[in-house]
Design a protein around this ligand. Structure first.
Ligand code: UD1
Ligand code: CA
Length: 557
């Protein structure tokens, strides 16, 4: 323990774990998102970089929302339109505040507080107007506690914010700061504590710190709770007389103490929880850590994760009990998997719903629904709006898009199904294509229930194959096939006898042909026992023997 962080302070600030019910509602949460984030070296603003399927701003606003603040403000400046739009998309009631050209975290919060105070005044004025009162006293503006957090702390969650808020109220503090201890605190603001009480005297930025202060390992995480009035008075007196020429929010600590307020720190023993992202190395490190934590939570909830090192699950994914995730699985966005389903290996699903007991192997899919007990893959590609019914099948090397494949229907091999509706219990032959695009418009293929379509069919849409209909292998189906009919569309086969010996004399093919006509039959090379086993296998599986010399041709008659 650092000498500036005595044990008694720990006990004073670590209250019992709060439940959100008995926590006072903060007047506001202010998310700081105006900075440029130069070290990301990116055209994308830092807070919009993503991990676990959410932007850092998304993580901050999700954590903030758990406190149920009266106002959720986001301060923007760098790439303001992009960041403002993202903030509004995440929370339509968010108050987007523009920071002016004066730099620094103190200025950012000042801009936010001004905007929130203006809203509070407007609300009072409206109330006074309603009651007919002559509006004389509009009050000071926002009252209560204001939570401030940097928008680049992705692992920070609502529970950590709740603990900080609880400590703030339990101790009756003017300011409460979330801190942690780092082995290398270079670049961070250092927490200077008072000997004896352990109260925080000041936060000194690295650039402004003395050699002695730089020895301090306890750092400011940029997450705070302020009393609104203390914050307002403190910000009013701030100047940019420091090494970076910025208005420091951290200077409010000194002003709060000067007016007799108590400033305390809640020391977290989980540095990753409060660590900010400044570059893409930290983005990857914290991204991996967040993933580990998400997987650990799911494993505790009854999900089998065979290889956590190669499994990635976004923060908003939902998994039921007894889901199994095999190595190389990535579940993104709003993907939801029901109980008993097995995903992977090597499967990436984005916004896909997977039904109970389904299996999805070596598949890439998005915005699709897979029914209970269905099987997908290996090597399937589910493009948006694929809907596979209960116990249906999308098999090997099959691509689907904007199609409904009904309960029990199968597309087992090497096919493209786009803009199609397939009924129930139908089977689509291997290597079939719904020809959906005429170069200008997309058209639908409709195939009924209990249909059996042959291998290598082209369904030139718009076209309909009725219930119980069959189509012949190799057919190009350009006209509707009525229910129960057989659709055939291919030229008749013609054999020209003796063509090879006449036209390719002396070739290996010609010699083989000559031998065949003298021997009568081709040797199959299988021994007697193997022949019997193959015959049994064929009888069990209903396989049609592909060998003219198979024992079945003589024995099964
Ligand atoms: C800040 C703290 C430092 C702390 C560190 C933790 C100050 C003066 N220093 O330093 O004590 O250890 O965070 O990471 O507060 N921002 C704005 N407007 C601005 C400047 C920044 O909104 O004018 C936002 C940024 O977008 C970011 C957050 O404030 O989300 C922190 O800014 P950053 O530049 O990273 O502050 P640090 O110098 O790292
Ligand atoms: Ca920072």
């Amino acid at each position: 323990m650092d000498s500036t962080a005595p044990q008694d302070e720990q006990d004073a600030t670590h209250g019992s774990t709060p439940s959100s019910d008995d926590l006072p509602r903060p007047a506001a949460v202010v998310v700081l998102a105006a900075g440029q984030g130069t070290r990301m070296r990116s055209a994308t603003p830092k807070v919009l970089h993503r991990l676990a399927g959410r932007s850092m701003l998304g993580h901050a606003m999700t954590a903030a929302r758990e406190l149920d603040p009266a106002h959720l403000a986001v301060v923007v400046r760098h790439e303001r339109d992009q960041v403002a739009a993202a903030a509004r998309a995440l929370e339509e009631t968010a108050v987007v505040v523009d920071q002016d050209e004066i730099p620094g975290t103190g200025r950012a919060v000042q801009c936010a507080l001004d905007a929130l105070d203006a809203r509070a005044h407007a609300a009072v004025a409206a109330r006074l107007a309603e009651t007919g009162d002559a509006g004389s006293d509009l009050g000071d503006g926002l009252q209560g506690s204001v939570v401030v957090l940097a928008g680049d702390i992705p692992l920070l969650d609502g529970a950590a914010l709740g603990e900080l808020l609880a400590a703030h109220h339990a101790d009756g503090n003017a300011v409460t700061i979330l801190t942690t201890e780092l082995d290398d605190a270079t670049g961070y603001g250092r927490i200077v504590r008072e000997q004896g009480t352990g109260d925080v005297v000041a936060i000194v930025e690295h650039a402004d710190a003395t050699a002695e202060q730089r020895q301090i390992r306890e750092i400011n995480s940029s997450v705070y709770v302020f009393d609104a009035a203390v914050l307002r008075r403190g910000l009013g007196g701030l100047a940019a007389d420091n090494a970076q020429g910025e208005v420091y929010l951290t200077d409010v600590v000194a002003s709060a103490r000067a007016e007799g307020g108590t400033v305390r720190a809640l020391l977290s023993d989980d540095p990753m929880l409060v660590e900010g992202v400044n570059d893409r190395l930290a983005l990857a490190t914290l991204g991996a850590e967040l993933n580990r934590r998400i997987l650990a939570d799911w494993m505790r909830a009854g999900v089998t994760v065979v290889d956590p090192a190669t499994t990635w699950v976004d923060a908003d994914v939902e998994l039921a009990q007894d889901v199994t995730l095999l190595p190389g699985t990535q579940l993104h966005g709003a993907t939801r998997v029901e109980s008993g389903a097995t995903i992977g290996p090597d499967t990436t699903l984005t916004d896909v719903e997977v039904g109970a007991d389904a299996t999805v192997a070596r598949t890439h899919g998005s915005l699709s629904v897979i029914g209970d007990g269905a099987t997908v893959g290996p090597f399937a590609y589910l493009r948006p709006n694929t809907r596979l019914g209960e116990r249906g099948k999308i098999g090997a090397f099959v691509e689907t898009k904007n199609s409904e494949i009904g309960a029990g229907s199968k597309v087992p091999h090497l096919s493209y199904v786009g803009d199609a509706t397939i009924g129930e219990q139908s089977n689509i032959g291997a290597a079939s294509v719904t020809v959906n695009y005429d170069g200008v418009h997309k058209h639908r293929t409709v195939i009924g229930s209990h249909a059996r379509t042959g291998a290598d069919n082209m369904f030139v849409a718009p076209v309909t194959v009725g219930d119980g209909a069959y189509t012949a292998a190799g057919s190009i189906i350009t006209r509707d096939v009525p229910a129960g009919a057989l659709g055939v569309s291919r030229s008749q086969q013609k054999n020209v006898d003796g063509w090879v010996e006449r036209r390719r004399p002396g070739s290996a093919a010609a010699e083989a042909a000559a031998r065949a006509s003298s021997d009568g039959a081709v040797k199959d090379g299988l021994g007697a026992q193997a022949k019997r086993e193959l015959a049994e296998h064929n009888a069990l599986t209903g396989n049609v023997p592909g060998d003219v010399a198979s024992p079945q041709s003589s024995e099964s008659a």
